[in-house]
Design a protein around this ligand. Structure first.
Ligand code: GLC
Length: 598
C-alpha cells in the first residue's frame, strides 16, 4: 500500500450518509432523470498505471455548501481535517482554522431567475439549452454538463461538469444575475480539490466531476447522490488539466465583481484554495524560464498536439490568474512571501512573453537573419533558433500590419502557429501591451477568411499536415488536418473574442463574428467544433448541443448589450509591472537576469 493509499484509508469516513430517492432535485426533467439513471457500481477500477487509488466520490448528507462550517463543529471533522492537511500542504501556518469565513452565507436567498427578454429566438433557445444542461447536487445547481444531446447514446465523459467548460456558463449566469450556481461551483470544486490534497498529499488539478446517483448500500429503496471527481486519471490520455485552477481563480474574481458578494473570496477555505494553486504554479522546478512548464494537452487542447513546454494559452491564463489572485488575497503576514513571489513572477513573465513570443513582419525578418550558436549573456538569438525553422506558410501569411504571440518557445524551438485562445487571453489579461493587443486584432481582421471564415473561431492556424501531423500528433485520427484541435473552428471562442474586442474598444470585430455564428449555429444544433479550412462542415466527431458553444454565444451576445460588464473578466495594465519593465529595459535587463532567462 503506497502513501496515497494509506492516506485514503485513514481518511475520516464520517460523512457517508444517504438521502432518500425522493430527495432528488425538484423539477428534474426527463434528460436529467436519464442521466441520473446511470447508476455506478461501488467498486471502481483503479488506474494501476499511476498506482493511485481512485478518490472515492464525495458522499455526504445532502446539505448546502454553506453548511460546511457546521460540519466542522461537533463530531463531523473530515472537512476540518482536510482543510488542515491542505493548509499544511501549502504551508499556510494556520492548521486549526476551520472552514468558513466572515461571509455568514448561511441562509443566502436564491434569486428567482430573471425575466427573459424576447430579443432573438437563437438567444432564447441558447438560454433554455443552457438551463437544461445544469447539473444538480442535492437540489442545488452546481455546474453544467459538457454536452447535452438527447440522441447521444454514448456521451463518454461529456455528461460531466468540466472545469474549463463551465467558465462561459458561469459567466452567462453571472451576467443574468443568477449567482447561486457559480457560487456553488466554486465551493464544491474547491471541496473536491481539498479532499484530494488531503488524501493524496499531492496537489492535482480537478479536470471534471459528475453528480452520480448511486444505490445506498443495504437499502434497496434508497439512493444517494455523490460528487465523483476526475483529476485527469480517467481523462483520455491522462492529461493534466493545468488550466483548471487558473480558470477557477479567474471565475472567483468575476463572481465577486459581478455579484458584489466578496464574502466567498474572503472565506478561509477559499483563500487556502487560492494559495494551493499559486504555490503549485510558483514552485521551483528545473526550468530556466518564467513561463509555466507543462506537459502536452494540459489546456483546452487536451490531446497530443505538440504543445508541451511553455504553451501560450497556459501563460496567458497564468498571468491573468496571478493578477486576479493578487487582488483577492488577504493581506496578512503569512502571505507576504507568496505575494512577493507572485509579483516577481508577473514582471518576469510579462517581459518574457512580450519580448520573445511576439512576432510581426519586422521580428520575423530579424529571425530570418539570426546568427546561431551565440554563447554569451548578450546573445541576440537567445534561444538559438535556426532560421530554417521559419515555415514557408509563415513567410506568406505574416501580414504587413499586425502581429501575434507565437504558440510556444523552448530552446532552439519556436512554434509559429497562431493559437486563438492564448492570443485573446493575452489581450484580456493585459499580458500584451496596448500596441500588441491592437496588432493581434489587426491580424484577426486581416486574416478573417483563415481564422473566422464560416464559423468563428479557428483554435489554431495552420493545421499540421502530412509528416508533421504524423510525428507531432502521433497520427491522431481525431486531430486530422483542419479538424478538432488541429485547425478546427470552435464557436465557444466567440466569448473570448468579444471580451478582447470590447476591452480594446473595437466591438465591431466581435459583432461581425457573432453575426457569422448566428447564421447557422442553432440550425446546426450547437456543435462543439467545425471542420475544414473555412469551417464549412460540422466537425466529424463533434458533439451536438455542446454547452460551451451555447454559453459562449450567449456571453458574447450579453456582453455586446452591456459592454461594461466585460470588466469582470479583464485585467487592466498594471502600473507597477509597467514601471518595472521600463526600469528593467533601461538597466539592460540586469534585475531580472538573476532569477530567470529573460
Ligand atoms: C474536448 C476539448 C476540451 C473540453 C472537452 C469537454 O476534449 O478539447 O477542452 O474541455 O472536450 O468539452
Amino acid at each position: 500500500m503506497g502513501i496515497a493509499e494509506v492516506a485514503l484509508h485513514t481518511m475520516p469516513g464520517a460523512f457517508a450518509a444517504h438521502s432518500p430517492a425522493s430527495n432528488l432535485p425538484l423539477g428534474a426533467d426527463a434528460r436529467r432523470r436519464k442521466r441520473n439513471a446511470n447508476l455506478v457500481p461501488n467498486a471502481r477500477a483503479l488506474p494501476g498505471l499511476l498506482k493511485i487509488p481512485r478518490l472515492r466520490s464525495v458522499r455526504r448528507q445532502c446539505q448546502r455548501i454553506d453548511d460546511l462550517a457546521r460540519v466542522t463543529e461537533g463530531n463531523g471533522t473530515w472537512v476540518k481535517d482536510a482543510m488542515n492537511n491542505a493548509s499544511q500542504a501549502v504551508g499556510d501556518g494556520r492548521p486549526d482554522q476551520a472552514v468558513g469565513g466572515n461571509g455568514g452565507l448561511n441562509g443566502h436567498t436564491v434569486k428567482p431567475p430573471p425575466q427573459r427578454r424576447k430579443t432573438s429566438s437563437v438567444e432564447d433557445e441558447a438560454w433554455e439549452l443552457l438551463q437544461e444542461s445544469m447539473a444538480y447536487y442535492c437540489g442545488s445547481p452546481v455546474g453544467t454538463i459538457a454536452a447535452n444531446d438527447p440522441n447521444d447514446s454514448d456521451p463518454v465523459n461529456y455528461d460531466q461538469v468540466f472545469i474549463r467548460d463551465f467558465i462561459p456558463s458561469g459567466i452567462a449566469f453571472l451576467l443574468k444575475g443568477e449567482y447561486e450556481i457559480v457560487r456553488n461551483f466554486i465551493l464544491y470544486t474547491l471541496q473536491l480539490q481539498v479532499l484530494a490534497v488531503s488524501c493524496y498529499l499531492i496537489f492535482f488539478m480537478l479536470f471534471s466531476f459528475k453528480v452520480r446517483t448511486v444505490p445506498l448500500d443495504g437499502d434497496e429503496d434508497a439512493t444517494e447522490e455523490v460528487l465523483d471527481p476526475d483529476f485527469g486519471e480517467a481523462a483520455i490520455g491522462r492529461v493534466a488539466p493545468v488550466d483548471s485552477g487558473l480558470w477557477w481563480i479567474i471565475l472567483l474574481r468575476a463572481y465577486g465583481k459581478c455579484s458584489g458578494d466578496l464574502s466567498v473570496q474572503e472565506r478561509i477555505d477559499v483563500q487556502t484554495g487560492m494559495k494551493m494553486i499559486l504555490k503549485l504554479c510558483l514552485a521551483d522546478g528545473f526550468d530556466m524560464f518564467p513561463t509555466l512548464l507543462v506537459t502536452d494537452g494540459s489546456c483546452m487542447i487536451d490531446r497530443r498536439m505538440g504543445i508541451h513546454g511553455h504553451p501560450l494559452e497556459i501563460q496567458a491564463l497564468f498571468y491573468s490568474a496571478l493578477l486576479c489572485a493578487r487582488e483577492m488575497l488577504a493581506q496578512e503576514d503569512g502571505s507576504a512571501d507568496l505575494i512577493r513571489a507572485l509579483n516577481n513572477r508577473l514582471i518576469a513573465l510579462s517581459f518574457h512573453i512580450r519580448e520573445y513570443y511576439w512576432l510581426d513582419m519586422q521580428k520575423l525578418n530579424e529571425i530570418y537573419r539570426y546568427k546561431t550558436e551565440e554563447y554569451s549573456y548578450d546573445a541576440v538569438n537567445k534561444f538559438n533558433i535556426y532560421p530554417d525553422q521559419i515555415s514557408p506558410w509563415l513567410v506568406e501569411w505574416i501580414p504587413p500590419k499586425g502581429g501575434y504571440f507565437i504558440g510556444n518557445l523552448q530552446p532552439a524551438h519556436m512554434d509559429f502557429r497562431f493559437f486563438s485562445l492564448g492570443n485573446l487571453w493575452s489581450i484580456i489579461s493585459s499580458l500584451a501591451t496596448t500596441h500588441q493587443s491592437h496588432a493581434i486584432l489587426d491580424l484577426i481582421e486581416s486574416k478573417w477568411s483563415d481564422l473566422v471564415a464560416e464559423m468563428p473561431l479557428k483554435i489554431c492556424y495552420p493545421a499540421l499536415e502530412n509528416q508533421e501531423w504524423k510525428i507531432i500528433t502521433g497520427s491522431d485520427p481525431k486531430n486530422t488536418p483542419w479538424s478538432y484541435h488541429n485547425g478546427g473552428s470552435w464557436p465557444t471562442l466567440l466569448w473570448q473574442l468579444t471580451v478582447a474586442c470590447i476591452k480594446m474598444n473595437r466591438p465591431e470585430i466581435a459583432a461581425k463574428a457573432i453575426e457569422v455564428a448566428e447564421r447557422r449555429i442553432a440550425a446546426d444544433k450547437w456543435p462543439e467544433y467545425y471542420d475544414t479550412k473555412r469551417a464549412r462542415f460540422i466537425g466529424k466527431q463533434a458533439r451536438l448541443y455542446q454547452t460551451w458553444s451555447i454559453a459562449g454565444f450567449l456571453v458574447a451576445k450579453l456582453l455586446m448589450e452591456k459592454p461594461d460588464a466585460a470588466r469582470i473578466l479583464w485585467n487592466d495594465e498594471d502600473a507597477e509591472i509597467l514601471n518595472a519593465l521600463s526600469t528593467n529595459r533601461k538597466r539592460g535587463k540586469k534585475v531580472l537576469k538573476k532569477t530567470y532567462i529573460v
